[in-house]
Design a binder for this molecule. Structure first.
Ligand code: HEC
Ligand code: HEC
Length: 367
């Protein structure tokens, strides 16, 4: 009897010990410190390009349930690549666009790195070292656990409801297994994502990780062949035709079906794509002019027509477009309106978009 108790005690101690060792992460050296000039530029870029959705203070959830960019766990686990990659290339099919110039965005490679490090240096957490090893788990069990615990926020198919899309191919291509496991175990402080290590066993977390990984398909950055930007003489569609007679919702929104009908009927209007130009490059409504939400409106007003309906759209479905439309209205453009359903709503109705070559599957697989 006494032996049994001793064995029990020893094995419990041993197991506890083994488990703890399993999850002891080494810290790695902090990234390079930015010069004052780089830091100032990064802060400016953040406010200009990111604050709209991720919030002025990086707290997240200003629009589109964009995640926090200041949580302890993201900064411990995401610097550089799990932050740099979505920032550079975006997450296809979500409101997160690519900001690197190579894919048609406004930032240089150096600026994307500086912005990543700037986010890190705004808080004071250590970076943790993650293994490259795959996490082994039972996918069937992971599927059941996912259905039970995660659907509510991340969606039935991992498409994201009020939380990030988890089966997004661009996210899975860039995030290591250990990054996923760590996020599930530790959660994200200050956000609705709780630390599941308090509710699930380590094996269950591994099963969930393996399930998420099984959703990755072969995605690559697929170098986009950049289209030429439209010129001023292409701004107004059907310049000699009649104006559309839209019935607006809340005096400001046009419904996708009405816009589609007006375009088919060849009405005179201007379409503005207020997303980052990299996503305009991937797919846009034919004839739309890229006019990203961070455009300085005072620089462009002289080029825009006051007597033509200007329909702005984004993927948010409305935040970025509204942001620009409000500024235009303040400057006397009474005909500036927003597409109510956004471009994803438009596509879900089956209305056509112009795509970059070879990207059909990428864009549609998520809708
Ligand atoms: C109550 C809502 C909610 C539930 C339930 C939930 N999550 Fe989350 N999850 C979130 C939110 C919100 C975030 C983003 C947090 C942030 O701002 O960083 C997130 C982030 C994540 C991320 C990181 C995604 C990324 O792009 O970096 C992973 C992985 C994740 N959750 C997995 C899970 C799994 C697996 C479950 C089920 C065990 C789960 N979550 C349950 C809300 C939830
Ligand atoms: C139009 C809204 C919007 C803007 C503007 C935007 N983001 Fe995002 N961002 C999102 C959304 C939504 C997600 C989550 C996407 C998903 O479902 O995976 C996201 C995800 C991210 C992630 C992944 C975080 C994680 O938890 O894995 C990073 C990093 C990020 N954004 C950085 C930036 C930076 C830096 C900028 C400015 C250059 C920026 N974003 C601008 C909406 C936006």
């Amino acid at each position: 009897m006494i032996y049994r108790i001793i064995i029990l005690v020893v094995s419990v101690l041993l197991c506890g010990h083994l488990k703890a060792v399993d999850y002891e992460y080494k810290t790695i050296t902090a990234p390079r410190v930015l010069t004052t000039e780089q830091a100032d530029k990064a802060a400016e870029n953040y406010q200009k390009y990111c604050a709209l959705c991720h919030g002025k203070d990086r707290e997240g959830y200003a629009n589109d349930h964009a995640p926090s960019l200041k949580s302890k766990q993201l900064l411990q686990s995401g610097v550089p690549h799990s932050i740099l990659r979505p920032l550079s290339y975006g997450r296809v099919g979500t409101a997160m666009a690519g900001y690197l110039d190579e894919v048609g965005g406004p930032l240089t490679m150096d600026e994307t790195w500086d912005l990543t490090y700037w986010l890190f240096w705004q808080e004071s957490y250590d970076r943790l070292q993650f293994t490259e090893q795959p996490v082994i788990g039972n996918i069937t069990k992971g599927t059941e656990l996912y259905a039970k615990h995660c659907i509510e926020c991340h969606g039935k198919n991992g498409e994201g409801v009020n939380a990030p899309a988890l089966t997004n191919p661009s996210a899975l291509a860039h995030n290591k297994d250990e990054f996923l496991r760590f996020t599930i175990r530790e959660g994200r402080d200050g956000t609705p994502m709780q630390a599941w290590k308090n509710l699930l066993t380590s094996a269950e977390v591994d099963n969930l990780t393996a399930f998420l990984r099984s959703k990755a398909d072969s995605w690559d950055d697929g170098k986009t062949v950049l289209r030429a930007m439209p010129t001023k003489d292409q701004y107004i569609l059907n310049p000699d035709s009649e104006d559309p007679n839209f019935e607006l919702k809340d005096n400001k929104y046009v419904m996708a079906a009405d816009l589609h009908a007006a375009l088919r009927a060849g009405k005179r209007l201007m379409l503005m794509d207020t997303r980052v130009p990299s996503v305009w490059q991937r797919a846009h409504i034919k004839g739309a002019i890229p006019m990203p939400y961070y455009t300085d409106v005072d620089d462009i007003v002289s080029e825009l027509p006051k007597d033509v309906a200007i329909v702005a759209y984004c993927s948010c479905p409305r935040a970025a477009a509204d942001y620009l439309v409000n500024q235009l209205r303040d400057r006397g453009f009474k005909n500036a309106i927003t597409l109510y359903e956004g471009i994803f709503g438009w596509m879900n109705f089956g209305f056509p978009v112009m795509r970059a070559e070879g990207l059909e599957n990428n864009m549609t697989s998520q809708h």
